[in-house]
Write a protein that binds this ligand. Structure first.
Ligand code: AMP
Ligand code: MG
Length: 314
């Protein structure tokens, strides 16, 4: 059920969370499927509903830096600097997990944490008083939801969805491991690397991300963020031999003509990408030809999502 995020809606959502069940709520990145992060039952419900592989860990959402510190064994000075600059916001920090807390997913001694920059998310965190694990509120591998309606389409069994309108960033948070000497990028996302480097200096990048090229092994090119339609990434979508492609064909570009023409600005493009993929799926296209975005760092997160959406099912 989709519910308005007024005082009554927030109270109902907090009651469900207190009972170790799940609710979907808006964040500035995408809609999250939230549950008490350190309740085995509640976290189990997230994995079950999403059909998420058990090895894929979850991000814990909290309302403040103090709450984040409370989950950490050690809280590096660098985490403080990053939190001061970017929280609330779309940056997730991986730190050593406090020993008294159980691990989530296969993450052995670390925990991923962020403070979301969305009024509804923050009010829900306050009202529930719980740290909330909240992966994107969709079936595993499929397109992330950026509206309350997207959530229900992918997860009709979620008991309650708080409706906060469309997400402003529309793409997942950037995940940064700050347990080591040099911060390490684990997932490109909404927050750009240039802004992070302003605070931290050099960041270690995974090879696959550094050059934006095809993943070296099939294991790394895990399918994710994928619509029902087959996604094909092409330098020039006008110049594609369409013989042999399943029809109808949709074209997603950021210049020229297409079924969906998104902005040539990477932030605006990202904000609209999942919604555009949802629209193309709704229109019943069988193939989506996507114009490859530029190979520049500003497009890193978008390229990451598109290349995973284009990966063949395993
Ligand atoms: P999401 O599916 O958007 O909730 O994002 C979860 C992602 O955060 C995972 O796929 C990992 O990339 C990352 N993550 C979460 N927890 C950890 C952790 N403890 N260590 C490393 N990466 C993590
Ligand atoms: Mg997800």
């Amino acid at each position: 059920m989709i519910v308005r995020p007024d005082a009554d809606g927030i109270r109902r959502a907090a009651e469900i969370l207190a009972a170790d069940s799940v609710v979907a709520f808006p964040t500035e990145t995408v809609y999250g499927l939230g549950a008490h992060a350190f309740s085995e039952k509640a976290v189990g419900a997230i994995y079950r509903l999403k059909n998420r592989p058990s090895w894929n860990p979850l991000i814990v959402h909290v309302a403040s830096v103090e709450a984040a510190r409370g989950l950490a064994e050690t809280w590096p000075a660098r985490a403080d600097e990053l939190a001061a600059r970017f929280w609330p916001g779309p940056l997730t920090l991986v730190v050593r997990r406090a020993r008294h807390l159980p691990g989530i997913g296969a993450a052995n001694d670390t925990v991923a944490i962020r403070v979301p920059a969305h009024d509804v998310a923050l009010r829900l965190l306050e009202a529930s008083g719980l740290p909330l694990a909240a992966p994107s509120a969709n079936r595993s591998e499929s397109i992330s939801p950026t509206t309350a309606e997207h959530v229900l389409r992918s997860l009709p069994d979620v008991p309650l969805v708080l409706d906060g309108g469309a997400c402003s960033w529309g793409i997942e948070s950037t995940v940064l491991d700050v347990t080591g000497e040099v911060p390490r990028l684990l997932r490109p996302g909404a927050l750009g690397l240039r802004a992070i480097r302003d605070v931290t200096g050099a960041i270690a990048l995974p090879d696959e991300v550094a050059d934006g090229a095809a993943r070296p092994s099939p294991g790394m090119s895990r399918r994710h963020y994928a619509p029902r339609a087959r996604v094909l990434l092409r330098k020039d979508v006008r110049d594609v031999d369409r013989a042999g492609l399943a029809e109808p064909i949709g074209v997603l570009t950021h210049e020229g003509e297409g079924t969906e023409v998104l902005s040539a600005d990477p932030r605006e493009y990202a904000a609209d990408l999942y919604a555009a993929l949802h629209r193309l799926d709704d229109a019943g296209v069988a193939t989506i030809l996507v114009q490859e975005p530029p190979q520049t760092e500003e497009w890193l997160a978008v390229r990451d999502r598109l290349s995973r959406a284009a990966a063949a099912p395993e």
